[in-house]
Design a protein around this ligand. Structure first.
Ligand SMILES: NC(=O)c1ccc[n+]([C@@H]2O[C@H](COP(=O)([O-])OP(=O)(O)OC[C@H]3O[C@@H](n4cnc5c(N)ncnc54)[C@H](O)[C@@H]3O)[C@@H](O)[C@H]2O)c1
Length: 486
């Protein structure tokens, strides 16, 4: 496939227009499959951030005053445009992230379109309630929060931008979105598309930058809410800064999620779940089930089947639609993952598959499987964010649940079993925000997605997201005399 020119017109999108300011720190986009430079942008200077916030602040009242069905229509039109342009947008996402086109065609702009369609549909139904109080009565109004800030990670840039923008805009908020500095491109496309779909200038703005640009956004008094997708250490900083200004937060952070495979499970299904939960997007997914606990009797059949299935890996140019396994996003992520693999070897885990950098240009690491992993090993405790699957064994249900929950993280958890009651019992016992029975890592827009414990706070997707982008105002209505003590 001929590679298109993906250099954007300008680094930022503010008040309905592409804006450049070359005074900011350069941001270089490289193709993870080759290391070549593809585009060059600039981080926002404080003046650019101020301009974006001013635009969002100015646009918010007008946007919130629209009839909700009109706001919804804009979002649904944007969803249609995303779908019409899915191929081109997927190519950009592949070049920016290194993820195979086979994946980006079905999981990035299309997932973003689902969010815009879903929340566009909900916009007109977001009312309050009537509360009878004898003679008097009260009613509630669901109001927007104001200007929201979205800060993204690099693994699903378009999806993250849409999962934040869609509920925020549906509720009548405006947004200033800062993509990850590693993947700045697709959010600019979303901003253009929203304007094309009829969003007034200033409703959705994009500023590029590193952490300090995010920090400036959070520290600004005009911002009412911060939604971050990122790591736990960044989440701590962002939550603390938001607390200073008493701002609303959504924290979609990292994890070390467990997947339990009981010996009564369908082993093929469980292996498929483990592949989806460890190797899709080369393992760069927050909710990955990287601690795969397999009941002792199923252990060797599970490992045998997993080894066989790994022969189906097609590693290659991510733009080739046959490729189903791509590189990591950049060199530093690759080095980090290789460091974890070394730790696994050093601490005595048994290497069953992979374990090395691939001898080709770009940042490819083999799909790696360790067996005989114990709970105290580094690879069983820390988020790797790469294609490294750890297999641990267990004997009883009680033991598996206890060990699965023994982590500061709480994003996701999965169970494979053919025992219906056990499936629900285990899901109920998981201390995680998003759980799966006999599947893994599926995130339909209708289902709330989010975390507990250190993995975060708030929910994206589903009706639950509305609670995190709106607030309830109560109005008491006195219908009779006002009695006072004097
Ligand atoms: N729970 C989820 O939905 C979800 C989804 C995808 C990724 N993640 C997590 O994201 C992480 C990988 O992404 P990453 O490496 O881009 O994360 P990161 O924490 O390094 O960066 C995330 C974003 O925060 C910004 N940032 C950094 N410091 C900041 C500060 N002080 N103030 C404001 N913003 C700041 C970055 O520029 C970036 O845009 C993993 O931990 C992964 O689990 C979570």
């Amino acid at each position: 496939m001929t590679r298109p020119d993906i250099q954007p017109k300008a680094s930022h999108f503010i008040d309905g227009a592409a804006i450049e300011d070359t005074d900011g720190t350069p941001i270089v986009c490289t193709y993870a499959a080759t290391g070549e430079e593809l585009a060059r942008l600039h981080a926002a200077t404080p003046a650019i951030v101020d301009r974006a916030l001013a635009a969002a602040d100015r646009a918010q009242a007008e946007w919130a005053a629209l009839q909700p069905v009109e706001r919804g229509r804009v979002l649904r039109r944007a969803a249609d445009i995303l779908r019409e342009r899915n191929h081109g947008l997927s190519v950009i996402e592949t070049l920016d992230t290194g993820k195979p086109l086979q994946e980006t065609l079905v999981a990035d702009a299309t997932s973003g379109a689902d969010a815009l369609e879903y929340f566009g549909g909900l916009a007109a139904s977001l009312g309050g309630e009537h509360i009878p109080l004898g003679g008097d009565w009260a009613y509630t109004v669901r109001e927007p929060l104001g200007v929201c800030t979205g800060i993204g990670a690099w693994n699903y840039p378009m999806q993250i931008a849409c999962w934040k923008a869609a509920p925020a805009l549906a509720c009548g908020n405006t947004m200033v979105f800062k993509p990850s500095e590693a993947t700045p491109l697709s959010a600019l496309k979303l901003a253009e598309i929203l304007v094309e779909a009829g969003a007034p200038a200033g409703v959705f703005n994009v500023v590029q930058g590193y952490g300090e640009v995010g920090a400036q956004l959070i520290g600004d008094d005009r911002v009412a809410k911060v939604s971050l997708t990122g790591s736990v250490p960044t989440g701590r900083k962002v939550y603390t800064a938001a607390a200073e200004g008493m701002k609303h937060v959504t924290m979609e952070l990292g994890g070390k999620s467990p997947m339990l495979v009981f010996d009564d499970a369908d082993i093929d299904k469980a292996v498929s779940g483990a592949i989806l939960g460890n190797f899709y997007s080369s393992g760069q997914i927050c909710s990955n089930g990287t601690r795969v606990f397999v009941q002792r009797k199923a252990l060797e059949p599970f490992l045998d089947r997993l080894r066989e299935r790994l022969s189906g890996v097609v590693m290659g140019d991510p733009l080739d639609e046959e490729t189903n396994f791509g590189p990591l996003v950049n060199e530093s992520q690759m080095e980090k993952v290789l460091g974890f693999i070394q730790a696994g070897r050093d601490e005595g885990a048994r290497l069953v598959a992979g374990g090395a950098r691939v001898d080709r240009p770009g940042y490819y690491v083999e799909p790696t499987v360790f067996a005989d992993v114990t709970d105290d090993m580094t690879i069983a405790r820390e988020e790797i964010f790469g294609p490294v699957l750890s297999v641990l064994s267990f004997d009883t249900e009680e033991e598996a649940i206890r060990r699965a929950n023994a982590t500061p993280y709480g994003l996701a958890a999965g169970v494979f079993t053919n025992d219906l009651a056990r499936g629900h019992r285990v899901a109920a016992a998981f201390r995680a925000g998003t759980t799966f029975i006999n599947h893994y890592n599926v995130t339909p827009v209708e289902m709330p997605f989010g975390a507990v414990k250190m993995s975060g706070f708030g929910r994206e997707n589903g009706k639950a997201a509305i609670e995190h982008y709106s607030q309830v105002k109560s109005v008491y209505v006195g219908m009779g005399d006002v009695e006072a003590p004097f």
